[in-house]
Design a protein around this ligand. Structure first.
Ligand code: AHM
Ligand code: MG
Length: 345
């Protein structure tokens, strides 16, 4: 009996090439940008794996634009990405969580592409050996044929204009999850080969999950509607669809990744100390929202689709509610005070 072979062995570079072949107008620029980025991710992964042996743990003396203490690995990863992205000459401008201002490259008036990134998400988990990650988004300049120097307007485009988005996770293995708008694919890094190998193609998010992910320590800082939603998903129901389990790592990209695979809901809502939430729209929420949507989920600030929001500045914060479609819709209905169960609990 002949067998039908279905699971193919593919590296990230093969995959990027295949996706680009779908676009006859492709120039190869996009491919070389993603190849440069994966080089940076491999370098960061190598150094995260050796953290503790290579003097990258702990704090620097600096505080970033958000008033947070900067860790050595934050600064190191930021430098690695910026330097790797100069290679192709196709990036004109960048924005990073760790840089107060936009970063112009030597190709600032010639190149077509814009990179936004959080070099090391989950900084507070670095020193305790818990999963951290890198988040990135890639745009085209507003006018890709302009020969003027790129500006902040090229960086603060709404998320629906992203050409690609993804993240690396430095966890039990190093993973790269990315989308170019044709589904979400995951690659696992094999350090002995130095390659990211395709391990999950076309990831789909369940329409509803059974876990929620939020820093519940802020319960008394939330709005009454937010508290009611969390009370609701914890209340046992006769059909056993509730209570939900709580899962919270405190690294947004890792919490989103678990939600992507298992379904459920991730929330970093507004609270008294973070009136606009904590996550940053330009280099965190937009990329995570594009991944979630491409896998069939939903991402909003509680009212509006994240990807439709036009940021005003590169470090703007936004509440993020993302995950399984039905869970996010249910939460939005609580936040609007419109859920029928709200009067009962
Ligand atoms: P960072 O990018 O400086 O690491 O901060 C963002 C992180 C997110 O990864 C995570 O969701 C959040 O901060 C955790 O914040 P909190 O400790 O308030 O729950
Ligand atoms: Mg972050």
């Amino acid at each position: 009996m002949p067998t039908l072979l279905t699971s193919r062995l593919t590296t990230i570079s093969h995959h990027i090439d295949e996706e680009q072949n779908l676009h006859p107008e492709a120039t190869g620029e996009f491919t070389s940008i993603l190849n440069d980025l994966t080089l940076a991710l491999r370098i960061i992964s190598r150094d995260v794996r050796r953290a503790g042996l290579n003097d990258v743990l702990g704090l620097t003396k600096d505080t970033n634009v958000h008033g947070e203490q900067v860790r050595k690995l934050d600064t190191y990863s930021n430098d690695v990405i910026k330097r790797a992205m100069l290679r192709s000459g196709h990036i004109c401008i960048m924005a990073s969580e760790e840089d107060d201002d936009i970063i112009l490259t030597p190709s600032n008036s010639k190149a077509k592409y814009v990179l936004v990134f959080d070099p090391l998400d989950g900084s507070s988990n670095i020193d305790v050996n818990v999963t951290i990650g890198t988040i990135f988004g890639l745009y085209k300049r507003i006018d890709p044929y302009s020969d003027e120097t790129a500006t902040i307007d090229d960086v603060i485009q709404p998320g629906y204009k992203l050409q690609a988005a993804g993240y690396a996770l430095y966890g039990s293995s190093t993973l790269l999850v990315y989308t170019t708008g044709h589904g979400v694919h995951a690659f696992t890094y094999d350090p002995t080969l130095g390659e990211f190998l395709l391990t999950k193609e076309n990831i789909r998010l369940p329409h509803r999950g059974k876990s929620y992910s939020v820093n519940e320590g802020y319960y008394y800082k939330w709005s009454e509607n937010m508290r009611q939603y969390v009370d609701f998903i914890k209340t046992p129901s006769s059909d056993k669809s509730r209570p939900y389990s709580l899962r919270y790592i405190g690294t947004a990209v890792a919490d989103i990744h678990r939600t992507l695979l298992n379904g459920g809901i991730f929330l970093y809502p507004a609270d008294n100390s973070h009136p606009n939430g904590k996550l940053r729209i330009v280099y965190e929420a937009n990329a995570l929202a594009m991944i979630i949507e491409q896998a069939g989920g939903r991402a909003s600030d509680g009212e509006k689709r994240i990807l439709d929001i036009k940021p005003d500045n590169i470090h703007q914060r936004i509440p993020l509610i993302a995950g399984s479609k039905e869970d996010v819709i249910e939460c939005e209905s609580f936040l609007k005070g419109e859920h029928p169960m709200q009067k009962i609990i």
